[in-house]
Design a protein around this ligand. Structure first.
Ligand SMILES: *Cc1c(COP(=O)(O)O)cnc(C)c1O
Length: 223
């Protein structure tokens, strides 16, 4: 199936008035990205700052407007390059990183929208804060002038059967609700970013309102 057909299939399954669809374009060409942007995609997700930097001018010169989401782990020393381009950074997971983003955004006169990444299943291989650290870190972020906390993100453990990760998504939703309830100043808690190709329907059923889909749109990635 073509990229356009894949997008149409996904759009049939999800209610786009309630769920934002981010096309994960990592390791895919700018021509594939342009095809997606011509087929109803408005937001793209990149894992690596370097790749975002390389693709951004090409997409711009093609005259395409896109929202750029940085979804991969962000190193402090890449913040200076990431902030000018990123509309939403999904992967804030330490006070140190948040402070660096605040510093860089301040210099640019920007308020940087971010999500806090939670390592919900406590996997060694994944970045993100532990569940117990999430609200304390959210509180710290809310005190930074040039950062705006907009919600939470997680990457669920991979499983052939997405039903097995349903409890993990549910736990994230509980945390998201708690974050909403405590009403931190200067935040705009909007997004619960969870769900990828293999598990997005279960994630949405459990309360996700932003899904990040790569393979389901572009096919498998060549590394
Ligand atoms: C690669 C990636 C995705 C997309 O994964 P697919 O299984 O290809 O849909 C989503 N989120 C993050 C953080 C990723 O790194």
């Amino acid at each position: 199936m073509s990229i356009a057909q894949n997008i149409a299939e996904i759009q049939k399954k999800i209610d786009l008035t309630k769920v934002k669809l981010v096309a994960v374009t990592k390791n895919h060409s700018t021509s594939a990205m342009l095809e997606a942007l011509a087929s109803g995609i408005t937001a793209v997700g990149e894992n690596r700052v370097q790749e975002m930097l390389a693709k951004h001018p090409e997409i711009q010169s093609a005259g395409k407007l896109a929202e750029w989401h940085l979804i991969g782990h962000l190193q402090t020393n890449k913040v200076r390059q990431a902030v000018p381009l990123a509309d939403l950074i999904h992967s804030v997971d330490s006070e140190r990183l948040a402070i660096e983003i605040d510093k860089v955004a301040g210099k640019l006169g920007k308020r940087q929208d971010v999500l806090l990444q939670v390592n919900i299943a406590d996997e060694d291989s994944k970045s993100g804060v532990a569940v117990g650290q999430a609200l304390p870190l959210a509180n710290l972020i809310s005190q930074l002038e040039h950062v705006r906390l907009c919600g939470l993100m997680t990457i669920a453990p991979f499983s052939e059967n997405p039903e097995t990760v349903r409890p993990v998504f549910n736990e994230m939703y509980q945390l998201f609700s708690e974050l909403n309830t405590i009403k931190l100043a200067n935040t705009e808690i909007t997004w619960l970013s969870m769900g990828m190709t293999n598990d997005y329907m279960v994630a949405i059923e459990e309360g996700s309102n932003l899904v990040r889909i790569g393979t389901g749109i572009f096919g498998s990635r060549q590394y």
